[in-house]
Design a protein around this ligand. Structure first.
Ligand SMILES: *Cc1c(COP(=O)(O)O)cnc(C)c1O
Length: 379
């Protein structure tokens, strides 16, 4: 099997699994316990807090463990809305966010909040002057993703942070795709809150974190015990958190090397597709893009049919994001980029990671060529 759907989820790294196993077995202490056996679990997860903090230039007490990207996004948005509703009810986001953000904004809109969805250009990037124009006296939050899960488009995060800081508005970024695939410094970028998810970077599913800058106070998300400073209660997912820490360490160690390797492999795949298959369009930017992301429309072909044929060849890909696949109607992200008709229908996303190989790319190009020709011949 060739797995090219790493934006949907990644395989757990063998070293991550090894680090997790003791915490599913003999080291089962509850981090809230006060005897030594339990304190070992507490120390272990606090170690992860430090590792994560170092990776984004934050402080350990600013890292809050959650069940993943969706929860972190929900908490950031509903938590700030609840905390600041007397100050204002206006939130700025974009039309290309993940559904974890879009649907939370819709939930808030139904409860009296006013949401501005910024447009994007043909490459999926927002216009900073449009952001400045959208800011109002009652704006309480700007939530803009760092990089897009479908097209890999990277937003001008530092500039957005600067605009938010000058206007004294909290800036939340969904960095689930970006974290560990590009440099993120929450201070340099003026990020107030940041969502991340372990299963997108070789950790286990159901585990992530929300960075919350000291001084920013979203409402309590989980009522209960005193875990996570009492604002996200519940016994910690210790194995998941330990694995996440290991995954961060591994990724940080080889980040620069991996970015170059994955980008070269992706560019090779793109080059061969563009030179050997007629009628293709690259969706999203050519350069300001996550290293492992490729999103291409094969004109005159149904992306879903191509996906199924590739699946029969043992290649896992995606047409649109995993969350929209099967819903029909086409991707809201590609529509926002201006895609319609054949270009919208024929989109295929292939997302690479550092364990993929050039040999795999050669096989993928061969199968793409044959399958696209076969599907076009059928019409
Ligand atoms: C995967 C993803 C999420 C959701 O994260 P989960 O941990 O799967 O809940 C949110 N935002 C983006 C950009 C994602 O890619």
């Amino acid at each position: 099997m060739i797995y090219l759907d790493n934006a949907a989820t990644t395989p757990v790294h063998p070293e991550v699994l090894k680090a997790m196993l003791p915490y599913l077995d003999k080291q089962y202490g509850n981090p809230s316990g006060i005897y030594e056996f339990a304190e070992k679990s507490k120390e272990a997860i606090d170690g992860v807090r430090e590792v994560i903090a170092r990776s984004i230039n934050a402080k350990p007490e600013e890292i809050y463990f959650t069940s993943g990207g969706t929860e972190s996004d929900n908490w950031a948005l509903t938590g700030m809305a609840e905390a600041l509703k007397d100050k204002g009810k206006h939130i700025i986001t974009t039309s290309v966010e993940h559904h974890a953000v879009i649907n939370t904004c819709e939930y808030l809109r139904q409860r009296g909040f006013d949401i501005t969805y910024l447009d994007v250009d043909g490459e999926g990037i927002i216009n900073p002057s449009q952001l400045i124009k959208a800011i109002r006296k009652d704006t309480i939050l700007i939530s803009i993703m760092a990089a897009n899960n479908e097209t890999g488009s990277i937003q001008p995060v530092q500039l957005i942070g600067e605009i938010a800081r000058r206007n004294n508005i909290c800036f939340h970024t969904d960095a689930v795709q970006a974290y560990l695939h590009m440099d993120i410094d929450v201070n340099k970028m003026n990020i107030g809150m940041m969502s991340a998810s372990a299963h997108k970077f070789r950790g286990a599913k159901g585990c992530g974190f929300l960075y919350i800058r000291n001084g920013i106070k979203p409402a309590v998300f989980m009522h209960g015990g005193k875990q996570e400073s009492g604002i996200r209660a519940g016994t910690e997912n210790v194995p998941g958190i330990i694995g996440m820490g290991k995954a961060v360490q591994i990724a940080m160690q080889d980040m620069d090397k991996n970015i170059v390797y994955v980008r070269n492999m992706r560019d090779y795949l793109l080059y061969r597709i563009e030179h050997e298959i007629p009628g293709v369009i690259l969706n999203g930017p050519r350069h300001v893009r996550l290293p492992g992301n490729l999103n291409i429309s094969f004109l005159g072909v149904e992306g879903q049919s191509l996906l199924i044929m590739l699946d029969m060849d043992g290649i896992c890909t995606s047409s649109g994001s995993a969350c929209t696949a099967g819903l029909g109607g086409g991707s809201h992200v590609l529509k926002a980029l201006g895609a319609d008709g054949d270009r919208l229908k024929g989109a295929l996303r292939m997302t690479l990671d550092s364990y993929n190989t050039m040999e795999e790319m050669d096989y993928v190009v061969w199968r793409l060529k044959e399958n696209v020709a076969a599907l076009r011949g059928r019409n």
